[in-house]
Design a protein around this ligand. Structure first.
Ligand SMILES: [Zn+2]
Length: 175
């Protein structure tokens, strides 16, 4: 399962792929939304139970995030378009689905609320992140982050480059 660095890069890619002009604040919010499902780790502090990769890691939660963004925008808060918030949130589900997971139940509750099943890709693109500070775990995590950056930074870069090309061709068309 990717680190917050990998998830934030996916959120930045979503911002870059958007047709609307993105302020740095909106890009930062989308990067945050792409990493936010892992805040379910905090729930353990309240009841001692493991909620990680549960309902927050689902298409249902992505829809709820969109709805929340829509309501907050209506309330006057300058948020990115609700659809982009939902896509950024869903990117987290997709990336975790593609990640190695060695702690059972493996995978994410991707289809909640329609199914409580934990789903995981048969092919792992990203490493798991052991929560340990042993030298081996640190080496493993550095490799994991390197793979995330190698895979997702070009995606984000292309998303932003593509956006510029589209705007340039649009301007030419109007002129
Ligand atoms: Zn996650």
């Amino acid at each position: 399962m990717p680190t917050p660095i990998g998830h934030a890069l996916a959120g930045i890619a979503v911002a870059g792929a958007a047709r609307s002009r993105m302020s740095p604040r909106h890009v930062a919010i989308l990067a945050f939304c792409a990493a936010a499902p892992d805040l379910d780790l905090v729930l353990r502090l309240f009841d001692g139970l493991n909620h990680h990769r549960g309902p927050s890691h689902s298409v249902g939660a992505a829809v709820l995030a969109s709805l929340a963004a829509w309501m907050l925008r209506r309330a006057g808060l300058g948020l990115p378009p609700p659809l982009l918030v939902g896509v950024a949130w869903a990117s987290h589900v997709a990336l975790d689905y593609l990640g190695l997971d060695t702690s059972p139940p493996a995978g994410v509750m991707a289809l909640w609320p329609f199914s409580d099943a934990f789903l995981i890709s048969p092919v792992s693109v990203f490493y798991d992140i052991p929560r340990s500070f042993s030298p081996a775990a640190i080496r493993h995590n550095l490799l994991a982050v390197s793979i995330e950056v190698l895979v997702l930074a070009p995606v984000a870069w292309l998303a932003w480059g593509g956006g510029r090309l589209r705007r340039a061709s649009g301007a030419k068309g109007r002129g």
